[in-house]
Write a new protein. Structure first.
Length: 140
């Protein structure tokens, strides 16, 4: 298992691969599956905006495409000074694949200066998406 700081560093590194010619808003994500595997992703835009994919979903979909069915942690980083928050669609995807102990690490873009703490918003699934939609009553 990697540390929260290592997961955040991977998200910041994944952000460098973002394809954002329209918004110029690069985002990176790193997800840890329930069995400890790590997958990263970035946002990928398209001229047909509906075909755009967020970093969080890219990372989760990569994990699922490799056989994972539960994610334990997800770190997301943009380039802004405030922590980057997932959109509603990403939150719903997180709800689909979240392990019972899931949490999301939302961080600002710049890494902190030496000796300074990173401004992390640590959010559980209930905080991210209360009263979420599910076809399974026990996941609501």
């Amino acid at each position: 298992m990697v540390s929260d700081q290592d997961l955040i560093a991977l998200a910041r590194r994944a952000r460098d691969n973002a394809y954002v010619p329209y918004s110029n808003f690069p985002v990176g994500a790193a997800v840890e599956t329930a069995d400890g595997q790590i997958f990263t992703g970035c946002n990928i835009e398209n001229a047909s905006y509906g075909a755009t994919n967020c970093a969080e979903r890219t990372a989760i979909f990569k994990a699922v495409s490799e056989g994972a069915r539960q994610v334990r942690r997800l770190a997301v980083a943009c380039t802004e000074d405030e922590p980057c928050m997932p959109c509603g669609i990403c939150r719903q995807v997180m709800a689909e694949f979240a392990s019972p102990d899931f949490h999301c690490l939302c961080v600002p873009g710049p890494a902190p200066e030496p000796g300074q703490a990173d401004r992390i918003r640590l959010l559980g699934l209930e905080e991210l998406l209360p009263n979420r939609f599910s076809l399974e009553p026990d996941k609501r």
